[in-house]
Design a protein around this ligand. Structure first.
Ligand SMILES: Nc1ncnc2c1ncn2[C@@H]1O[C@H](COP(=O)(O)OP(=O)(O)OP(=O)(O)O)[C@@H](O)[C@H]1O
Length: 635
């Protein structure tokens, strides 16, 4: 595997760490999402945090004024009373505004995060990440964390401002009455904070551990409602089975979440008791002092209020600190995904991977190509040497699992060979600009897509700049023998090829095609690139009826004329006229030659051909085919 592939592919989600950088970027993300909204939210949050303290100070001035009895200035007292009321009203309004601004920032963040994350995902040029469960889990964690963490940090900032104002006010009161109480409250608050931070770490770890369970849950949920899966689920009676797996996956995840919540509750309950003990102790001491005449009743009342105020402020602060820390930890996944190096080697040793791709003049050569999907997996290609000469039609045959589609994927550079190299006119594919390379290739994949888009779009996406080019799309559809069918749909080429993705329930329903019709649409899509240098067709006619296959093979033969093509097929008759036929067995090339040459060799190809021909002649190969008899010994 290339050295640049990081530890996320495949494996489990690595544990996140608390990073200052993550916290800073997390806060900055809000401003990138909406500078005005985030600034207003922060300003409002700070003001909403400071106003209660200001209100308390005005209240103190009011009580001081009233306390002067007959000497009190009525106008000043009235003014102060109105000010207290105004500050109260303003605080309430600011809280409403802060709530709205918080929502604005959240919504903008959702868009910004999706935008950035999926733009990044689009930059990964190979397939490895998309086949890694750890990558999918990280992506989900990254998305959730990037949407939630900034909010938690903002709330934490707001509470911090409030806490400083409230606690410093109340601390003065406590210091005046019984100073050791301040130390006791700070000690118990500090201990609760430390415990909460540990709890936050545990909570973040559990989110990482259960992310796979949630992925499975989404998979089962999607399957249970997928119209393509509905037939088998009903026929084989899989509904209950899948449903129970869905519930089990969800149950496992929620059990783990509940375990950590239980632990948190126990720890917090312990601190609640400690707080009660501290308050009790302080109250007893101050009350005893009052009984002995050292404190007034007012002192006792103020003391109890101050202690309760500090404790509840600490409680909120500690809780929010835990959420902020958990958010920042998980936000690390967002950074990791954003900074993940590409899964393809960025360059061959001697190049930076951006060499222009010249029109194919000599051909494509695979030199001793070894490949496996995982470091520990079996070799799928074992030293393949193969040449696709420019302008030639090459047929690739082999039994299931021989490695044919893998070879196709390597030609498109979805993966790099583990050993050996693939050369485009003598230049290593790793040295070439991969996007340009792919623009020069037209492919029909064996597992082609059926997009829930219109007929026009389903074909047009094969050459995006010509997405709206109706004539170009129809020409490709004609070659794939599907034009008549698509033109005859209720809205012609504008018909949605989907039963479920219709936006307007009252509009004409979408339609769905048959398996063979979908295959023709996929074929038409690959034929959109009329000037492609290399045409690869991986089982393009496996779902076609005999007549359609015959017609399409004739059209494709004309289309391939003079251009380089690689045709993978189990229907050997489709390959008869290829310039070269290559037989792949267990990941190695075992035979190469024209149809006639390979038939006369009476090897693997001749055997496969005879088996197929015998099927059509209604005869048993072992008895009827001289080729089979000749090759039986080899096998
Ligand atoms: N993405 C993947 N990850 C891991 N293993 C894979 C992957 N794709 C294919 N394989 C394995 O590689 C081997 C070759 O598969 P490949 O699809 O290339 O065979 P094929 O010759 O095209 O077969 P078929 O004729 O059935 O289409 C198989 O054993 C398969 O299990």
């Amino acid at each position: 595997m290339p050295e640049t592939v990081p530890e996320t592919a495949p494996g489990t989600v690595p544990r996140s760490r608390l990073r200052l950088r993550a916290a800073l970027i997390c806060v900055a993300l809000q401003f990138q999402a909406t500078r005005a909204g985030a600034s207003a939210m922060f300003g409002t949050a700070v003001a909403a945090g400071l106003l209660p303290a200001f209100g308390a100070w005005l209240g103190k001035l009011l009580f001081d004024e009233i306390g002067r009895g007959g000497d009190a200035d009525t106008a000043r007292a009235t003014y102060l009373a109105l000010s207290v009321a105004a500050v109260g009203a303003l605080t309430a309004l600011l809280q409403q505004l802060a709530g709205y601004l918080d929502e604005v920032v959240r919504q903008r963040l959702v868009v910004a995060v999706e935008d950035r994350l999926f733009a990044r995902v689009n930059e990964f040029r190979g397939l490895r990440f998309f086949e890694s469960p750890a990558f999918h889990d990280r992506l989900r964690l990254a998305q959730e964390a990037a949407q939630d963490a900034p909010h938690n940090i903002t709330m934490f900032s707001q509470l911090s401002v409030q806490a400083v104002a409230t606690v410093s006010g109340f601390t003065g009161v406590l210091l005046a009455v019984w100073p050791p109480m301040v130390g006791l409250l700070f000690l118990s608050g500090g201990a609760a904070l430390v415990a909460q931070l540990f709890q936050a770490r545990r909570q973040a770890e559990v989110s990482e551990i259960v992310s796979g369970k949630y992925r499975r849950r989404l998979f089962y949920r999607g399957l249970l409602t997928d119209p393509r899966a509905a037939k088998e689920i009903r026929l084989f009676g899989l509904g209950g089975f899948l449903h129970s797996r869905l519930v089990t996956a969800l149950g496992d995840a929620t059990d783990a979440e509940l375990r950590v919540a239980r632990r948190g509750t126990l720890v917090q309950s312990g601190f609640a008791l400690l707080n009660a003990a501290v308050t009790g102790l302080g109250t007893v001491i101050v009350a005893t002092g009052a009984a002995q005449g050292r404190f007034s009743v007012g002192d006792v009342t103020l003391f109890i209020a101050a202690a309760a105020g500090i404790q509840s402020t600490f409680g909120g602060f500690v809780m929010q600190a835990g959420m902020a820390v958990e958010g920042i930890r998980l936000f690390g996944h967002y950074l990791d995904v954003m900074e993940l190096p590409d899964d393809l080697r960025t360059a061959a040793e001697e190049s930076d991977g951006s060499a222009p791709v010249r029109p194919l003049a000599r051909g494509i050569e695979l030199r001793d190509v070894w490949f496996r999907y995982d470091d520990s997996g079996p070799w799928v290609l074992r030293g393949v040497d193969l040449t696709v000469p420019a302008g030639a039609a090459v047929g690739l045959v082999g039994r299931n699992g021989a490695g044919k589609s893998t070879l196709v994927k390597l030609l498109c550079r979805f993966y790099d060979p583990v050993r050996g190299s693939i050369l485009w006119d003598g230049v290593d594919l790793r040295a070439l600009d991969v996007e340009e390379l792919r623009r020069r290739i037209g492919v029909t994949f064996q597992d082609h897509m059926a997009y829930d888009l219109t007929a026009q779009e389903n074909i047009g996406v094969g050459d995006l700049p010509r997405l709206e080019d109706r004539e170009g799309v129809r020409a490709a559809a004609r070659e794939a023998e599907i034009d008549e069918k698509l033109a005859g749909l209720p809205s012609g080429y504008d018909t949605l090829l989907s039963r479920v993705q219709v936006d307007d329930y009252d509009a004409a329903p979408g339609v769905t095609l048959s398996g063979g019709q979908w295959q023709r649409v996929a074929l038409a899509r690959s034929l959109m690139r009329r000037d492609s240098e290399l045409l690869i067709l991986d089982e393009p006619s496996s779902a076609l009826d005999a007549q359609a296959e015959h017609d399409i093979n004739r059209t494709l033969r004309a289309h391939r004329e003079g251009r380089t093509s690689l045709l993978v097929s189990h229907r050997l008759s489709a390959l008869r006229d290829a310039d070269v036929i290559v037989v792949l067995e267990d990941g190695a090339v075992v035979e190469t030659g024209t149809h006639d040459a390979l038939m006369s060799e009476q090897g693997r190809y001749a055997h496969l051909f005879a088996v197929q021909a015998a099927g059509y002649q209604d005869a048993r190969v072992g008895e009827a085919s001289p080729v089979s008899e000749a090759t039986a010994g080899e096998r």
